[in-house]
Design a protein around this ligand. Structure first.
Ligand code: NDP
Ligand code: 8X3
Length: 254
């Protein structure tokens, strides 16, 4: 049985990871996000199908350094050995030129996508120490591989995730921790609604005229990466909808 900690499990890719790994039956799930009610609802849904799947939910804002340290230091004894960390919590806010960007949006993206990922990783590594097969999966993005107009700060945070994945692989090599990055293109989740601050119409238009990836598409790939034998590490996977050739080159039906 492997214990997996998923950040940002209340929606989208994180939620899909919880559902897909629950189905695999050899995982117990540690789920965190800011919206605890969503996590508890997800737990109920998963356990209504997979009764024996052990799940522990806790509220966590990954931007809060002290809260991250306290939450991970105070996990119940039976949850203190973690095998897999999925650093998924993240967001984009706004899509404006660098001369018009909202500095609050910039702070939220940098604090969540970069600093939050660092805090969670630092305080999870000691809990991976007793795992026979420890693995960290970072959710990067096509935005970590290329920059697109008005994507500035979000792209910078995902480029930082790309750099941190490589750095973690080096720094954690001696501890035998595998580090992988999954970098999706367009995935239809709450991502665009969050980016456009609740503007559902604008968010829907992002995925108009193409079949985007789903959270489940990404979660199934993560399950595959985690299922490789311990001597095999998939370093980095860029996963796009077939209709998307780059961040901005997209084939849409009329
Ligand atoms: P969603 O908005 O559907 O989910 C984002 C998750 O992150 C939510 O569970 C949210 O939970 C959590 N989260 C956000 N801020 C915090 C925080 N401060 N502390 C803890 N949890 C937080 O979007 P996605 O599922 O699409 O996004 C997941 C990851 O995938 C992100 O890192 C994103 O950058 C990346 N990604 C998304 C793509 C896409 O097209 N959708 C493509 C490439 C990468 P809560 O609000 O409850 O805290
Ligand atoms: C999310 C995908 O293209 O909106 O990381 O940056 S994109």
């Amino acid at each position: 049985m492997r214990t997996v900690l998923i950040t940002g499990a209340s929606s989208g890719i994180g939620q899909a990871c919880a559902a897909v790994l629950a189905k695999e039956s050899n995982y117990r799930l540690l789920l965190c996000a800011r919206r605890l009610n969503r996590l508890e609802e997800l737990k109920r849904r998963i356990q209504s199908t997979y009764r024996s799947c052990e799940i522990l939910c806790f509220e966590l804002d990954v931007r809060d350094r002290a809260a991250v340290e306290t939450a991970l230091a105070n996990l119940p004894e039976s949850w203190r050995k973690i095998d897999v960390l999925i650093n998924n919590a993240g967001l984009s806010q706004g899509l404006d030129g660098i001369d018009h960007g909202d500095t609050g949006d910039w702070d939220r993206m940098i604090d969540t996508n970069v600093k939050g990922l660092l805090y969670v990783t630092k305080h999870t590594v000691p809990l991976l120490a007793n795992s026979e097969n420890p693995h960290i999966i970072n959710i990067g993005s096509i935005a970590g591989k290329e920059v697109y107009p008005n994507g500035n700060v979000y792209c910078a945070t995902k480029h930082a995730v790309d750099a941190l994945t490589k750095a973690m692989r080096m720094d954690l090599l001696a501890k035998g921790i595998r580090v992988s990055s999954i970098d999706p293109g367009m995935v239809e989740t709450e991502f665009s609604e969050v980016r456009f601050k609740g503007d559902k119409e604008r968010a829907k238009n992002v995925y108009q005229g193409l079949t985007p990836l789903s959270g489940t598409d990404i979660a199934e790939i993560i399950a595959f990466v985690l299922s490789r034998p311990p001597h095999v590490n998939i370093n980095d996977l860029l996963v796009m909808p077939t209709a998307q050739a780059s961040a901005t080159i997209i084939k849409r039906d009329d």
